[in-house]
Design a protein around this ligand. Structure first.
Ligand SMILES: Nc1ncnc2c1ncn2[C@@H]1O[C@H](COP(=O)(O)OP(=O)(O)OP(=O)(O)O)[C@@H](O)[C@H]1O
Length: 263
C-alpha cells in the first residue's frame, strides 16, 4: 500500500522580482486509501504541493516519500487528473482510455478487457467511439478519470478536476468519484478551492495559508457518506473552514494591494 510522507517540504521559485516561497514547513502523512483535500484560496501553494507529490516539480528542501521511496520524478504509482481534460482530440474515448496501456505494451486482450471495464464503471459505454469534441465537459472528465484508472495507480492526484463544470454535473462526478474510490480503495489527494466540495468528499481537509503555503488546519471530516450539504453538521464545518479560508483570502488581497501600491 502507498503511504505518502511529506516531510518538512519547502518550495522557492526564483522570479525577476526575487524569490517566492510558495510553500514551507509542510509536514503531512497521508495513509493508504485516505481521501485528502488540499483547500485554500488561489496562490496558497496547493498545486505546488500536488506537483511535488506527482514528481513534476521537486521541492527545494525537505522530501516526499511514497512507501519509503523518495519521489524524484513522475511514476506509475501516481495518476494525475487536471482541470483541463488533457485528452487526445484525435482519439476516440476508447482509444484515449487505452493509450497508456498501449505505451506499456499490454496485450490486445488485456487492453480490451480493461477498456471495457472502465467504460462500464464510468458509464461511458455508449460514447466509446466518440471524439472528445463531441462530448460534454462532464463526459470528458469521466474519460480523463478512466484514462488514469486504466494504469491502475494506487494514488490519484487531482488538481481542481471539477472546477470547470456546472454545479449539477460537478455533484454527479463527485458522487461517481466517491463510488470509484470506495470500490477501488485508491489514495486520493484532491486540490480544490471549494469548501463545500472538500467537505462533501474528504476524509481529511488540509487548509493552507497564503504565501508561504503552510498547513493552517488539518481537519478530520467525521461524517458518514453520502453527506448532506444542508445538514447542521455540514454547515457548521462549512462556516468554520470558511472563516479560515477567508482570512487567507484577505491576506492575499492585502498582499496584492501592497504590490499595486509599489507599482
Ligand atoms: N513557476 C513558478 N514561478 C514563480 N512563482 C510560482 C510558480 N508557480 C507558482 N508560483 C507562485 O507560488 C504560489 C503558489 O502557487 P500555486 O499555483 O501552487 O497556488 P494554488 O493554491 O494552486 O493556486 P491556484 O488555485 O490559483 O492554482 C503563488 O504565489 C504563485 O504565484
Amino acid at each position: 500500500m502507498s503511504q505518502i510522507l511529506i516531510n518538512n517540504v519547502q518550495k522557492v521559485f526564483t522570479t525577476p522580482g526575487g524569490p517566492v516561497v510558495a510553500m514551507k514547513d509542510i509536514q503531512l502523512t497521508i495513509q493508504p486509501g485516505e481521501f485528502v483535500c488540499l483547500l485554500g484560496p488561489s496562490g496558497c501553494g496547493k498545486s505546488t504541493l500536488l506537483n511535488a507529490v506527482a514528481g513534476f516539480q521537486p521541492p527545494s528542501a525537505g522530501e516526499i516519500t511514497i512507501e519509503g521511496k523518495k519521489i524524484l520524478s513522475p511514476g506509475p504509482d501516481r495518476g494525475m487528473v487536471f482541470q483541463e481534460y488533457a485528452l487526445f482530440p484525435w482519439m476516440t474515448v476508447a482509444q484515449n482510455i487505452a493509450f497508456g496501456l498501449e505505451v506499456q505494451k499490454k496485450s490486445r486482450s488485456d487492453i480490451a478487457q480493461t477498456v471495457n471495464q472502465l467504460l462500464d464503471l464510468l458509464h461511458l459505454k455508449d460514447f466509446r467511439d466518440r471524439y472528445p469534441k463531441d462530448l460534454s465537459g462532464g463526459m470528458r472528465q469521466r474519460v480523463a478519470i478512466a484514462r488514469v484508472l486504466a494504469l491502475d495507480s494506487p494514488i490519484m492526484l487531482m488538481d481542481e478536476p471539477f472546477g470547470a463544470l456546472d454545479a449539477l454535473t460537478r455533484r454527479n462526478l463527485q458522487d461517481e468519484l466517491l463510488r470509484i474510490w470506495e470500490k477501488l480503495g485508491k489514495t486520493i489527494l484532491f486540490v480544490t478551492h471549494s469548501i463545500e466540495e472538500s467537505i462533501y468528499l474528504a476524509d481529511r481537509i488540509v487548509v493552507m495559508t497564503y504565501r508561504p503555503g503552510t498547513v493552517k488546519r488539518d481537519q478530520i471530516v467525521d461524517m458518514p457518506r453520502p453527506r448532506d450539504p444542508s445538514s447542521a453538521a455540514f454547515n457548521a464545518l462549512k462556516r468554520e473552514l470558511g472563516a479560515l479560508v477567508m482570512e487567507e483570502q484577505q491576506r492575499h488581497a492585502n498582499a496584492e494591494m501592497k504590490l499595486a501600491a509599489v507599482d
